[in-house]
Write a protein of this length. Structure first.
Length: 74
């Protein structure tokens, strides 16, 4: 039952990653662009996916430390 707390952050992170990858695939299929632009279109979604994963890891650490609600900080 302890793992119930991880479901929502993991699902949201997965959906965001699928969105960014899907966005890249959609743009790269319909646009004919040069290689540097296509490389940029690869780099930006990959960086965003990395940020999403870092935030997910941070959120899991917060849940493990017992801090389930961030509103205490404000």
């Amino acid at each position: 039952m302890r793992y119930k707390k991880y479901i929502a952050p993991t699902v949201i992170a997965g959906l965001l990653i699928l969105y960014y990858v899907g966005l890249f695939v959609g743009i790269s299929k319909w646009l004919v662009v040069s290689r540097p632009v296509r490389a940029l279109l690869w780099i930006v979604p990959l960086l965003l996916c990395g940020v999403v994963i870092c935030v997910l890891v941070q959120r899991i650490r917060e849940i493990n430390s017992g801090e389930e609600d961030d509103l205490d900080q404000y």
